[in-house]
Design a protein around this ligand. Structure first.
Ligand SMILES: Cc1cc2nc3c(=O)[nH]c(=O)nc-3n(C[C@H](O)[C@H](O)[C@H](O)COP(=O)(O)O)c2cc1C
Length: 175
């Protein structure tokens, strides 16, 4: 099975997850790893299975990933799996990251793509975003912010990457 792992990553978190998925896919299959900037929607048609990954921006998949999803032609031959990293703690996921899931699901429905599933984990936010989260999400409650940041700064963790590998294995066995 010819597999592509394509991803958008601004600060490296999603790239770590992409590499873990790629390493797992490479074990028994012909697998390729590409940045989203280096492919087009047409590129995806060369593969049987595509893992498409994104950093979460503005509660949704990043624009370059949405553009590729939008440009996929109807009923492609490849199957799709998604992954993304985000900076929410558990209570904030619905508000700040769940559109990523909806965007994968909606594109798959509209384009009649076989969507196998998705993986997500936290990724430490870049300094500018830290300031935004501190004021907008925690309202400058320092203790809550510190508790949140102490946790999120460890991600993606080795456990997250192991789970990404397991996701890749499960996905490949269903594809
Ligand atoms: C411009 C920008 C907007 C972001 N918006 C969100 C957001 O709405 N929700 C969220 O959970 N994380 C948000 N984040 C945090 C990133 O999704 C998170 O840190 C992710 O792991 C970054 O992945 P990367 O290192 O692959 O770029 C944002 C980050 C940036 C830079």
């Amino acid at each position: 099975m010819k597999t592509l792992v394509a991803y958008y990553s601004q600060t490296g978190n999603t790239e770590k997850v992409a590499r873990a998925i790629y390493e797992e896919a490479s074990r028994d299959h012909e697998a390729y790893l590409e940045k989203i900037e280096d492919i087009t929607a047409d590129t995806l048609n060369e593969y049987d299975l595509v893992f498409l990954g994104s950093a979460c921006h503005s509660s949704d998949l990043a624009t370059p990933v949405k553009e590729v999803l939008d440009a996929i032609s109807d009923s492609p031959k490849f199957k799709l799996a998604g992954f993304f990293t985000h900076a929410t703690s558990s209570g904030g996921f619905n508000k700040w990251a769940s559109k990523c899931v909806l965007s994968f699901q909606e594109a798959s429905r509209v384009k009649k793509i076989t969507f196998i599933g998705y993986y997500n984990c936290q990724g430490v936010p870049a300094p500018l975003i830290q300031e935004f989260i501190k004021s907008e999400v925690f309202g400058d409650s320092l203790a809550d912010w510190e508790g949140y940041f102490e946790e999120v700064r460890k991600h993606p963790s080795l456990e997250d990457l192991q789970k990404a590998r397991e996701f890749a294995r499960r996905t490949i066995s269903h594809a």
